[in-house]
Design a protein around this ligand. Structure first.
Ligand code: BGC
Length: 355
């Protein structure tokens, strides 16, 4: 009995020591957590595309977790001043790397400059920062995005000689808007030249504002007397503005591009109102950005796929991921790859189109 009692005291002692160690370990790690983060993800807004909150933010959080990085992902709600404040907060909380999806190049370049002065490195996330000082541009091939959009619209108008194509480009404050336009123009312009297609109205949509896109498209319809046969629209939000306007005027669906593989974009595709969207698997982008951040924190070489030319700074190291075209023929791969939920797309009025 005594022996047992003695042993149990000893066991208890060990248990107590382990308990104390665990508690101090927990205290240390929570202290470490509140004392600092290593990386910050700075998203631009919630309105120009659902992607930033719906796809990028969770993908980044997951990628940071997998890479064992303590991190924070915030959204500036379209306000460059807010993005600056968020960046400052990140740096004062200990961040060594900022992953920035800029709202406009000017404000982001000044965030990067201030960060650099404090020894904090920046990664341009999805959008190039003209005149910036990031150590990497992690994105998708923007020219290819535009080529896929242009090809889809051109193919859908084959045999309709002289069909009028309108262009609704992204915001001119975003370098991507020019990459996408360069891509679809590389397909469309030669066809305008031969007369196979006709160049219609062509406008940028400042701030990628979906509502403004609707107003601009309404004006395009007035200007052309509804004679628009196809639209190169830069993303799904802009494409949906076109769909809404066409429906309001009781006009038929026309060849129409999009981008981001959003639930709404896919619903417009399966119901016959949008020709295609571009699937940019942001899970791959988030993981590339997280890997780059780890390399930076550990002082190792950052993985790259090549370089890009960025205005106002020259050559910038880049990690570019190929985008993929999505149509009625292959949209289901968005479900099988777990990017979208079938139940989100195939519901209500849209159930009938999901076979
Ligand atoms: C992104 C697109 C997005 C658009 C509006 C672009 O820079 O590449 O995916 O739809 O911004 O947010």
């Amino acid at each position: 009995m005594k022996k047992f009692a003695g042993m149990s005291v000893a066991v208890l002692g060990v248990v107590a020591v382990i308990a104390a160690m665990t508690v101090s370990g927990a205290a240390a790690s929570s202290a470490k957590k509140s004392a600092g983060i290593q990386v910050c993800g700075l998203m631009p807004d919630t309105k120009t595309s659902v992607r930033w909150e719906q796809f990028d933010k969770p993908a980044l959080i997951k990628a940071f977790k997998a890479a064992h990085i303590s991190a924070r992902v915030v959204n500036a709600q379209g306000d460059p001043q807010k993005q600056k404040t968020q960046a400052d907060q990140c740096i004062s909380d200990g961040a060594k790397v900022l992953i920035i999806a800029p709202i406009d190049s000017g404000s982001a370049a000044s965030i990067e400059k201030a960060a650099k002065a404090k020894g904090v490195k920046s990664i341009d996330y999805d959008r190039q920062v003209e005149g910036g000082s990031a150590v990497l541009y992690a994105s998708f091939n923007g020219h290819t995005v535009g080529v896929l959009q242009g090809k889809a619209v051109a193919n859908a108008l084959k045999g309709k000689k002289g069909a009028v194509v309108a262009e609704l480009n992204g915001g001119q404050e975003d370098a991507n808007a020019f990459l996408f336009k360069g891509g679809y123009d590389s397909i469309l312009k030669p066809l305008y030249k031969t007369g196979a297609l006709t160049a219609g109205p062509d406008q940028f949509v400042l701030g990628w504002d979906n509502q403004k896109a609707g107003t601009i498209f309404e004006q395009m319809l007035i200007k052309t007397g509804n004679k628009i046969d196809g639209v190169a629209a830069a993303n799904d939000g802009i494409a949906n503005a076109v769909v809404v306007a066409l429906k309001a005027h009781k006009l038929d669906p026309i060849p129409l591009s999009g981008q981001d593989a959003t639930t709404q974009g896919v619903q417009n595709i399966i119901s016959g109102w949008q020709t295609m969207t571009v699937f940019k698997d942001v899970r791959k982008l988030a993981s590339a950005a997280a890997k780059a951040a780890v390399a930076i924190v550990k002082g190792k070489t950052i993985p790259t796929t090549g370089v890009v030319h960025t205005k106002g700074r020259g050559i910038e190291k880049a990690y570019l991921i190929p985008p993929q075209s999505i149509t009625k023929a292959n949209y289901k791969l968005l479900f099988t790859s777990g990017f979208l939920k079938r139940g989100d797309v195939c519901n209500g009025d849209y159930t009938q189109y999901c076979k």
